[in-house]
Design a protein around this ligand. Structure first.
Ligand code: HEC
Ligand code: HEC
Length: 328
């Protein structure tokens, strides 16, 4: 993201916060995240409203790109590309992350700098290489669509505005839950037959022999911290969280991704530079690059082909596509 765009984002985030008239601290936002209910009729209407907006290409300047262009349901809401394609074939700098279970996120984006999903919504909409839309133009355009102005009144009792747009899309995102994988049956429901013996050995390697659960612990398989995992010696133009605060101790720090549905979300890392899960394992096996800010917990190890196979079989037990029933 260019600095200009970033400033624009902060500007609109500012307006947005005023509109929201709440969330004056990060902790308030986090508390709100964990107290979401999706069982009322009105909440279901908000989710449906958000779902329509999420799949609507009219949210982009040339009407070719929707949120779902880069977050496809069948790929755990990622897109299978190294980096994503926005309007007019423009490429993003980063790999599209899964938004399943995003209601659990204490911070949003790889830089871990946005406190709420609501604030995130406006970023891709305005980003030059993504949807390239002016927020004010977009609001007047969407407001004129009878279905949306009616839904705004029904769900939020107000005219269609940025508050409605961001609340509806976030309500949809919070409804995307994927936590009922074979591994969950094994781990949380004590169903010892839910996963194969090879996957059980893989889980033991992951959690006991290696150090993976220091940063990717069950059940969410992330601590949500921003960490330098030694991907590069020189991070080039994308230095991660450094670009938010210009703090040199943040160079190469990216939010630890959840490993849920990992077999559906290749390629891997913030820049999609690792094509296969095998490449990721290789990265850790070598102990990563010796960048001076690389987290000390990452060190080299030995792993036989059979052990690697067990580890990959364990990863495949983290898939739960039950959320797909809403898209068939
Ligand atoms: C052109 C592709 C593209 C489009 C369109 C797009 N995204 Fe994304 N999305 C990305 C990429 C790439 C990232 C990672 C950006 C970063 O972290 O710097 C991302 C990050 C996110 C995240 C953060 C997830 C996390 O774990 O922190 C959420 C939530 C999200 N997008 C939702 C949306 C919504 C909602 C829309 C539509 C308003 C949208 N995206 C449109 C590519 C896209
Ligand atoms: C000190 C923290 C830390 C430890 C320990 C750690 N990781 Fe990671 N992991 C990260 C970070 C940070 C990223 C994201 C880096 C990026 O995007 O550039 C990541 C990314 C990944 C990814 C890619 C996920 C995706 O969606 O792109 C996989 C797979 C992964 N790690 C597996 C492992 C395994 C297996 C181990 C144990 C050998 C491990 N990690 C140990 C911090 C850690």
């Amino acid at each position: 993201m260019q600095t200009k765009t970033l400033l624009k984002c902060f500007f609109f985030a500012g307006i947005f916060i005023c509109l929201a008239q709440c969330r004056n601290s990060k902790n308030t936002a986090i508390a709100e995240f964990s107290s979401v209910h999706i069982d009322s009729d009105n909440e279901l209407k908000k989710i449906e409203f958000g779902r329509k907006l999420f799949f609507d290409k009219r949210l982009s300047s040339d009407e070719t790109v929707s949120c779902s262009s880069c977050h496809l349901p069948e790929m755990a809401f990622t897109d299978g590309l190294k980096v994503s394609v926005g309007v007019e074939g423009r490429l993003t700098e980063r790999n599209s992350p899964s938004i399943l279970n995003s209601r659990d996120l204490p911070t949003v984006m790889f830089d871990g700098h946005l406190p709420t999903l609501e604030q995130q919504v406006i970023v891709p909409i305005q980003e030059h290489v993504e949807m390239n839309m002016n927020m004010l133009d977009l609001i007047s355009k969407l407001k004129a669509i009878p279905e949306y102005s009616k839904a705004a009144k029904e769900c939020f009792n107000r005219d269609f505005d940025p508050w409605v747009l961001t609340r509806a899309i976030s309500a949809f995102e919070r409804s995307l839950i994927s936590k009922s994988s074979p591994f969950d049956q094994f781990y949380s429901n004590n169903d010892i037959d839910a996963i194969s013996n090879s996957a059980k050995r893989g889980w033991r390697i992951f959690s006991e022999d290696l150090y993976c659960t220091k940063c990717h612990p069950a059940p969410n398989f992330t601590t949500y911290e921003t960490i330098n995992n030694g991907l590069y010696m020189n991070y080039g133009t994308d230095k991660g969280r450094f670009r938010i605060f210009n703090d040199s101790s943040d160079i190469g720090k990216f939010k630890i991704p959840s490993l849920r549905n990992i077999t559906l979300t290749a390629p891997y890392m913030h820049d999609g530079s690792k094509a296969l899960i095998h490449d990721v394992i290789d990265h850790y096996r070598r102990g990563g690059e010796p960048h001076k800010l690389k987290d000390k917990r990452i060190t080299s190890f030995k792993l036989s082909d059979e052990q690697e196979n067990d580890l990959i079989n364990f990863f495949s037990t983290l898939v739960d596509t039950s959320y797909m029933k809403n898209y068939n």
